[in-house]
Design a binder for this molecule. Structure first.
Ligand code: ADP
Length: 454
């Protein structure tokens, strides 16, 4: 019977206006779904009364009354039908006003029933009038519950007319029924306001949830695109170098081949070797990147972190002794049981140790310390401290970005891979300058409970 329209789809509207529009739309949809059934109920009930008054003095009046009900119901249903087919043109506040007016028109029709017909009706017809009025009160309040103003516009006149009619004769019996009717009306209206409030809360909660989800999505998309953009730029830069170099070597080799062998300033085969090395380097970059992207979820198992540190030191022991580095393990955490992908965590440790060794190439002191400590009994912290050259200007901010490297032959992927491994284990990784000169790379991993393992 009532039509919502003018739904706000304008993304520029402030959120509270959008919320209000959405709430109205929900309110109307509840009422709209019932329009047909409600109008049919109006017409049928009016017909029942006409049939009941057949052959009585009140028949003609009943016919006029029923005609009024048919007209109002027909008008409301017709508008409902047309708007469903046609374009939505009126604003929601207009639609709310119209819904309330429609409800009032119908409410006045049904209010006329007890008011004009009850006094003169036979006992049987009085019972019918009471039943029809109570039924319409209940049905109207239920059907219009989502729009409180419309529900009140329908219920109030009907209840008021019943109440006035029953109290008119000052008969104790009817007075009692009038009192019960008052309570009935109060219960109905209370239900209307409670369900309208529940609807409001539900719609608002939904709006907040959707808003939060869409913000999170936008943030994810923005950071994903940003990360991808950075990676593509870095990859292009990284590949450009070896590919340009290999092209130069190949051109040089071609020129050399055009010369007489005795006049060649360089060996053709060495030049071709250099070209091949650059191409292999480009292939290596692509391979590492693919491993980085394709790396799946860690395959976790229980392990002792101190064992993994010892194993990583062993793997790098040749480099350590070659670079004349003094390695000291200070594994002082008294608990080191972790749930990790041992291969990946060892890869992190090897990366950090290799970087530290390289950073100490140009420094006087060659001391590498790996220590562990507990953090709030729930996590274990690992520090890899070196006495290398430390971070040069501008390097520290981008350390963990893919392709950020200060080395001529570096790829700049080691630290970003390491950090993503640690984060995939619910840990954290960061870097600081060593106050005594050099760098400190730290990461934290969650410890597991002994009961959990059991
Ligand atoms: P790569 O070693 O290929 O350059 P990484 O991601 O492992 O890639 O390291 C990125 C950059 O971080 C290095 O080029 C270097 O400038 C800096 N870095 C890493 N470890 C250290 C360290 N222990 N001391 C000083 N700088 C470091």
């Amino acid at each position: 019977m009532f039509r919502s329209s003018g739904d706000s789809k304008d993304g520029n509207e402030p959120p509270d206006l959008i919320g209000a529009a959405r709430l109205r739309a929900e309110q109307f949809s509840g009422v709209l779904r019932q329009t047909r059934a409600m109008m049919l109920a109006n017409v049928c009930n009016a017909l029942v009364l006409v049939v009941d008054f057949w052959g009585t003095r009140q028949f003609i009046s009943a016919l006029y009354w029923a005609t009024a009900v048919f007209c109002v119901s027909g008008y409301i249903y017709d508008r409902h039908r047309r708007r469903r087919r046609g374009p939505r043109s009126i604003s929601q506040s207009h639609a709310a006003r119209r819904a309330t007016l429609n409800a009032l028109a119908l409410g006045l029709c049904w209010a006329a029933l007890p008011f004009f017909f009850f006094q003169e009706a036979s006992p049987g017809s009085r019972l019918l009038i009471a039943c029809l009025s109570a039924g319409m009160l209940y049905g109207g309040a239920l059907a219009l519950a989502s729009i409180p103003s419309a529900a009140v516009a329908f219920v109030a006149p009907v209840a008021f007319a019943c109440f006035v009619t029953l109290t008119r004769g000052r008969d104790g019996h009817y007075l009692l029924i009038a009192a019960v009717l008052g309570v009935y009306t109060w219960v109905l209206l209370r239900h209307v306001f409670i369900s309208a409030e529940q609807l409001r809360t539900r719609v608002m909660t939904q709006i907040v949830t959707e808003h939060t989800a869409s913000m999170r999505m936008r943030k994810l998309q923005a950071s994903g695109l940003h990360a991808m953009g950075g990676m593509v730029t870095g990859l292009a830069h990284e590949l450009n170098q070896p590919l340009t170099a290999s092209a130069c070597y190949l051109l040089t080799a071609q020129r050399l081949l055009e010369m007489a062998p005795e006049l060649r300033p360089a060996s053709v085969s060495e030049t071709l070797d250099s070209a091949a090395a650059q191409i292999m380097r480009a292939a290596g970059i692509v391979r590492q990147l693919r491993e980085f992207i394709m790396r799946g979820e860690p395959e976790k198992g229980f392990a002792n972190l101190h064992d993994l540190i010892r194993e990583a030191s062993e793997v790098t022991s040749a480099n350590i002794s070659e670079a004349n580095v003094k390695l000291s393990l200070q594994l002082s955490a008294n608990v080191d049981r972790v749930l990790v992908d041992s291969v990946q965590i060892k890869q992190v440790l090897v990366n950090l140790i290799s970087n530290a060794i390289e950073a100490m190439n140009a420094s006087v002191q060659h001391e590498l310390t790996i220590s562990t400590s507990l953090m709030h009994d729930r996590a274990i912290r690992i520090d890899v401290v070196d006495t290398g050259v430390g971070f040069s200007e501008g390097v520290k901010e981008n350390l963990f970005e893919p392709f950020a490297t200060s080395k001529t032959d570096g790829m700049g992927l080691g630290l970003s891979i390491s950090r993503s491994i640690v984060e995939a284990h619910d840990g954290k990784m960061w870097a600081e300058s060593n106050p005594g000169g050099g760098a400190v790379f730290s990461f934290v991993l969650p410890l597991i409970n002994a009961e959990y393992e059991a």
